[in-house]
Design a binder for this molecule. Structure first.
Ligand SMILES: [Zn+2]
Length: 126
């Protein structure tokens, strides 16, 4: 994947501006610090929290990701395992939602940040 695209920043969880510095405080499944965003980028010193409560908007993204996960699991069950009961499908959706919750939380924040912060090729030097 080419550096400079928003997808690069999202998949690598890197700074939306320089795409080199880390975005999160720790690893995604470090349960003590789930979704904690760093204060600023180590490389270009961009402040990640643009205003107080900036990441509240990530809830909309998180909701969309949750719906996408539900539809994916539900459609997969109906496509490949049509004999699964509704309760089995609900169990699977619940399982995947819980297991992927820390990842979706972090993913929603990096996607939200990428809506508003754009890549700058010369961000490192400034
Ligand atoms: Zn940066």
């Amino acid at each position: 994947m080419k550096k400079g695209s928003k997808l690069y920043s999202i998949t690598h969880m890197t700074c939306p501006q320089c795409q080199e510095g880390k975005f999160l405080e720790s690893s995604i499944y470090d349960l003590k610090h789930v979704g904690d965003v760093r204060q600023e980028c180590d490389v270009c010193h961009l402040k990640y929290e643009r205003e107080p409560g900036f990441y509240y908007g990530a809830m909309y993204v998180s909701y969309a990701l949750g719906v996408a996960l539900f539809v994916t699991v539900w459609a997969s069950c109906n496509l490949w395992f049509p004999s699964f009961s509704a309760w089995t499908q609900i169990g699977l959706v619940t399982f995947f939602t819980i297991v992927l919750a820390p990842y979706l939380f972090a993913l929603s924040k990096i996607i939200w940040a990428n809506f508003f912060i754009h890549f700058k090729a010369d961000a490192k030097s400034s």
